[in-house]
Design a protein around this ligand. Structure first.
Ligand code: 7PJ
Length: 274
């Protein structure tokens, strides 16, 4: 699949490293220091085996405050520019705001990753004009309140229905089907059982024919099941990454790139050995 000027072979699972550029993710050193810190982190993740670097300036954790357009531009664009200038990875911009999509792609991003699946006004048009692939993610509700008693009649069917509807909206807006990825949105308005049903039945989502991106790294679906704090979720994260890679998921979005790359290299070996 083409991501801007990069071609990435999605027949083997790829690692996407998470680069948060929210203020709480940096020690206080001002704008330049934080950009340099972000670039160093990105370069380390690339060395560790990341093909994609996902840059996000809006925290979508349950209860996180909203961020203004200017703030999000100020956080993300200098980092996109600096990572693009210093590396050869595919930069993904994690945003729902059309202006951020446009500016990030101008600055070198090759993928738009939108947890709101291009539902914000102007987002479909911005993504079409940016002419890079888009990852459409399922979410029930809004980040602030999405974990308050999420309800589904048929979790897998409803997620599939939503993503197919958004893919149709994309194609109607002029975004071709070969530029679309799907993501079931683990942790976004889902109970523990909903999340694990979406792991178990991921092959149903894969069968729709769009490449699948998944993000489960360090999430509550691990912490709540195993009673582990955020910094104790590596084993659970690797287990889930391995399971979905074995099912054929194409892109795995993680914090712990080196460890995940090891796990995925074992899956790749099993995919290739005679
Ligand atoms: C996801 C994401 C995810 C995609 C976040 C966190 C929350 N984008 N952005 N999929 N999660 N596509 O990493 O804990 O699961 S932010």
């Amino acid at each position: 699949m083409h991501f801007g000027h990069h071609f990435i072979d999605l027949s083997q699972p790829q690692v996407m490293g998470i680069l948060n550029v929210t203020p709480d993710s940096f020690s206080d050193g001002g704008q330049h220091a934080s950009v340099q810190q972000a670039v160093n982190h990105a370069l380390q993740m690339i060395e560790d085996g990341a093909t994609f670097i996902d840059i996000g300036g809006e925290s979508t954790r349950p209860g996180a405050p909203e961020v203004t357009l200017q703030e999000e531009l100020d956080r993300t664009i200098p980092v996109v520019e600096a990572v693009a200038a210093n590396s050869d990875c595919v930069i993904s911009i994690d945003t729902s705001k059309p202006r951020v999509m446009t500016e990030a792609v101008k600055a070198g991003a090759g993928l738009i990753n939108d947890v709101r699946a291009l539902q914000e006004p102007g987002a479909l048009e911005a993504a079409r004009d940016a002419n890079v692939p888009v990852c459409l993610m399922h979410m029930q509700g809004q980040p602030r309140t999405m974990q308050n008693n999420p309800i589904y009649h048929d979790i897998v069917g409803e997620v599939i229905q939503f993503l197919m509807t958004r893919a149709k909206a994309c194609e109607d807006a002029g975004i071709s089907g070969d530029k679309i990825l799907f993501d079931p949105g683990y942790g976004f308005g889902k109970s523990l059982e909903h999340n694990y049903a979406l792991v178990k039945h991921l092959p149903q989502l894969m069968a729709l024919g769009y490449p699948v991106l998944v993000g489960m790294s360090r999430k509550s679906m691990i912490g709540n099941l195993l009673d582990r704090k955020v910094d104790e979720r590596l084993a659970g994260s690797l287990c889930l990454a391995t399971i979905v890679a074995q099912m054929g998921a194409q892109i795995i979005r993680v914090h712990d790139v080196k460890e995940t790359a090891d796990a995925l290299n074992i899956v790749k070996m099993l995919n290739t050995v005679k």
